[in-house]
Design a protein around this ligand. Structure first.
Ligand code: HEM
Length: 416
């Protein structure tokens, strides 16, 4: 096992860190050391199956404290295993993978259409910030989280800050910790109001379901943990603004895509959403710790080792995605032209939001929502008229999470 810790290299190299280690080792599985722990870095469908098997990898106690204290929250579903995970996850699956998605998309697209009228009155719009506000408005209304128009920009900023600060020692990390403290305290108070009957919320809404949820031990969630889980719905929904920013980047570099997107052809819009999620760097890798000594492809690591799956690397694996650095939504379509359909994607193949079965494993339960929102907003973005003034649109792979540096500044915006 290598003796030198790679934590600093990981933070410095970002998304290129595991791919570089693999290239240097000349193989898919790499052994290294992270946060002083022996670490196994995996990629590919086989590696993903290995990682999602709880006999090999557990999440509890495995995620680094700086990540839990910013991105996920203490006590979050991400940190559970076994029966406690199954019961908590079922709540998310019911809330996020059912019929309610259409209502969420309607609320977000209505908020976008209203905001686009206002953008036309402004000298410039920072698209990622503006999209974050649109998404915050839509998801908070859908989830029954009360937020006034005045409070909206600050809430949108806090929710994006939680995402922006999880993988760095820079000031944005400390901002993220403070934002989490603030928002957990606020939402825990609201959960208590709902439970005591001082606040009424629509039956079946996110706030109603989380406030009333009973864990595998039959107990209600601590108010603070309930707040964590409400945030685990609204925070990643608002994070779709990153993909909106990446979509604008793609439309700029591959203008032909704009023309076909504008038609609103649903299969093509979905294919664009998949290609944006595949092509652009967002979640770098996922991982956990081995409960026992485990072996994969001839490499053995001791109990307690970290095991990571390189999501970004897998999404650029030429075996799975030929010419992976070409942005080609058509790779997700069967057939040509208006008659094309979205092709079936295997559970271990496209992994921007994890792999496997979201109902039983840790795969993101918000993937349907992400694709539905992103395809609807991508069509709207393609129909918007705007100018991109001179700005830094570069996406650095060494910054986690990556983003177009400028946030995508638009001028002369005219609704489509
Ligand atoms: C888990 C990515 C959107 C809710 C995850 C995981 C990833 C991910 C990589 C971890 C998978 C694993 O550990 O195996 C993303 C990305 C998104 C997104 C890139 C785009 C913005 C959403 C949305 C929601 C959501 C919209 C909810 C509305 C969750 C939850 C989990 C999760 C609750 C924890 C699942 C578990 O541990 O069982 N997501 N996600 N995500 N995501 Fe997402």
């Amino acid at each position: 096992m290598p003796r030198l810790d790679q934590s600093i290299q990981m933070l410095a190299r970002g998304y290129a860190w595991l791919p570089d280690l693999r290239r240097a080792a000349g193989r898919d599985t790499v052994r290294t050391r992270l946060m002083v722990r022996p670490t196994l870095g995996l990629v590919g469908a086989g590696g993903a199956r290995f990682l999602y098997d709880e006999r090999n990898v557990r999440r509890s106690g495995a995620l680094p404290e700086p990540v839990v204290s910013t991105l996920f929250g203490h006590g979050a579903v991400h940190t559970l295993d076994g029966e406690p995970h199954r019961v908590r996850k079922a709540m998310f699956v019911d809330l996020l993978m059912g019929e309610g998605i259409g209502d969420l998309v309607d609320r977000v697209t209505t908020a976008w259409d209203e905001a686009a009228q206002r953008w036309a009155q402004q000298p410039q719009v920072v698209l990622m910030d503006a999209a974050a506000e649109v998404l915050t408005r839509g998801v908070c209304d859908w989830a029954a989280v009360p937020v006034s128009e005045d409070e909206l920009p600050a809430l949108a900023r806090d929710l994006t800050t939680l995402v922006d600060g999880f993988a760095t020692g820079a000031p944005r990390h400390w901002r993220a910790r403070r934002a989490r403290q603030r928002r957990e305290a606020w939402l825990a108070g609201i959960v208590e109001e709902v439970r005591s009957g001082r606040r009424s919320v629509p039956a079946g809404s996110v706030l109603d379901v989380v406030a009333g949820h009973r864990d595998s031990d039959g107990e209600l969630l601590e108010p603070r943990v309930a707040a964590v889980e409400v945030l685990n719905v609204i925070r990643p929904t608002v994070a779709v603004c990153w993909f909106v920013g990446f979509t604008a980047h793609a439309l700029h570099h591959w203008p032909a895509i704009r023309e076909r997107l504008r038609t609103g052809e649903p299969a093509f819009a979905t294919a664009v959403a998949h290609e944006v999620r595949r092509f652009y760097p967002f979640a770098p890798f996922i991982g956990g710790r081995s409960p026992r000594a485990v072996e994969w492809e001839g490499e053995t690591v001791p109990a307690g080792a970290m095991v990571l799956l390189d999501l970004f690397g897998q999404n650029h694996d030429p075996e799975l995605f030929p010419e992976p650095y070409a942005f080609r939504p058509e790779r997700f379509l069967d057939g040509e032209g208006a008659g094309a359909a979205v092709r079936r994607i295997g559970p271990w193949e496209l992994v921007p939001q994890g792999a496997g079965d979201p109902r039983t494993g840790h795969r993101c339960p918000g993937e349907d929502i992400t694709v539905a929102l992103l395809s609807a907003l991508a069509v709207r973005l393609a129909r918007l008229t705007y100018t991109l003034p001179p700005q830094d649109l570069e996406i650095s792979l060494s910054r986690i999470p990556a983003r177009p540096a400028s946030g995508v500044v638009l001028t002369a915006v005219r609704p489509g």
